[in-house]
Ligand binder design. Structure first.
Ligand code: FES
Length: 287
C-alpha cells in the first residue's frame, strides 16, 4: 500500500458527508456577499487566492519551527509564529470559500485538511501564548505544529494536484482545438437565444446565437469543467454573460472573462464567421 492510498480513501469516506452538510450552509451564509466571496476566490487576482496565502502563512510557521529546531534566536521564531497566526484567518477564509464550491470527494478531503490545519495552528498559538507569558519552552509545541502542518499540506497538495481543485480546467482547450477554421453546421440550424453544444474538431463548444451575433466559447468551465451550454444566459448586448450550472461562475460572452467566481480564469473564446450560410469557428488567441 502506498502512503497516499489513505488519502484516496478519504475521498470516499461518506461519514464525512454529514459534517460537510452541516458546515456548508454556515459557510455559504457567511459568504453570501458575492464581492467578498469573489475576493476570497481570487477573481480580482486571476488566480486562486488560497494557495498564494498558504505560501506566506505556512512559510512563516515552518520557518519558525526550523529556527526552533536548530536552536536559533527565539525572538525570530516567535515573530514568525505571530506573522503566520495573523495571516491564518484570511488564508482559512479563502480556503473555506473554495471548499464551499467543490465536489463531494474534494469536500471530504478538504474537511480533514482544514481540521489538520486547525490543530497545527492551535499548537503554534499555544507556543506563542507560552512565550507571551514569559514562560520558557513552546519549542516542542512549535515542532509539533510543523509536523501536523506538514500533514495538512500533504492533504492540500492532494486536493490541488490529484483532485485538481484550483486548477484551470479549460487551460488545454487552446492546445486541443484544431488550428484553422472548423465547420459547425448551418447557421440557420442554430437555435436563437438558447445555448447549444457543438464540437469544433473534438473540442466541445458553447454556441449562442442572437440574430446575426454568434458567441462561441469552450464548453468547459475553468473552475471544475462544468458544461456552460447547460447554463443560463443573463444580461443583454455588451453585458451578456453565461452562468455555469454547477457552481454559478459567470463569464462574459464577448471575451470569456470571469465576472464572478469561483472560477478565476477566463473561458477560451472562439472567433466566428459565416461562409455561404455555414458557421465556422477557430480558437481565438489569448488576450
Ligand atoms: S464548474 Fe464550478 S462554476 Fe463551473
Amino acid at each position: 500500500m502506498q502512503p497516499f492510498d489513505q488519502i484516496d480513501r478519504l475521498e470516499r469516506a461518506e461519514a464525512l458527508d454529514r459534517p460537510a452538510a452541516a458546515i456548508r450552509p454556515v459557510v455559504q451564509r457567511l459568504l453570501r456577499d458575492r464581492r467578498v466571496k469573489d475576493a476570497l476566490h481570487g477573481v480580482w487576482l486571476g488566480h486562486p487566492l488560497h494557495p498564494a496565502l498558504v505560501h506566506l502563512t505556512l512559510g512563516s510557521l515552518l520557518s519558525a519551527s526550523l529556527i526552533d529546531l536548530v536552536g536559533g534566536k527565539r525572538r525570530y521564531s516567535t515573530g514568525l509564529i505571530a506573522t503566520g497566526l495573523l495571516l491564518t484567518p484570511s488564508t482559512a477564509a479563502a480556503g473555506w470559500a473554495d471548499w464551499s464550491a467543490a465536489h463531494p470527494d474534494q469536500q471530504r478531503v478538504g474537511l480533514v485538511h482544514a481540521s489538520t490545519n486547525a490543530l497545527a495552528v492551535s499548537c503554534y498559538a499555544a507556543a506563542l501564548w507560552k512565550r507571551a507569558r514569559g514562560r520558557r519552552g513552546g519549542r516542542l509545541l512549535s515542532l509539533a505544529g510543523a509536523a501536523v502542518a506538514g500533514a495538512g499540506a500533504a492533504l492540500g497538495g492532494h486536493l490541488s494536484y490529484h483532485l485538481a481543485l484550483g486548477a484551470n480546467h479549460a487551460d488545454r482547450v487552446s492546445d486541443l482545438a484544431p488550428q484553422g477554421w472548423q465547420p459547425l453546421g448551418a447557421l440557420s440550424e442554430v437555435a436563437e437565444g438558447t445555448p447549444v453544444r457543438r464540437t469544433a474538431g473534438e473540442v466541445p463548444v458553447f454556441v449562442l446565437r442572437r440574430g446575426e451575433q454568434v458567441d462561441v466559447l469552450a464548453d468547459r468551465c475553468p473552475h471544475l469543467a462544468g458544461p456552460l451550454s447547460g447554463g443560463e444566459v443573463v444580461g443583454t448586448d455588451g453585458n451578456a454573460r453565461v452562468v455555469c450550472p454547477w457552481h454559478g461562475s459567470e463569464f462574459r460572452l464577448d471575451d470569456g472573462h470571469v465576472v464572478h467566481g469561483p472560477a478565476t480564469s477566463p473561458v477560451p473564446r472562439f472567433e466566428t464567421r459565416v461562409v455561404s450560410g455555414k458557421l465556422e469557428v477557430r480558437i481565438a488567441p489569448p488576450d
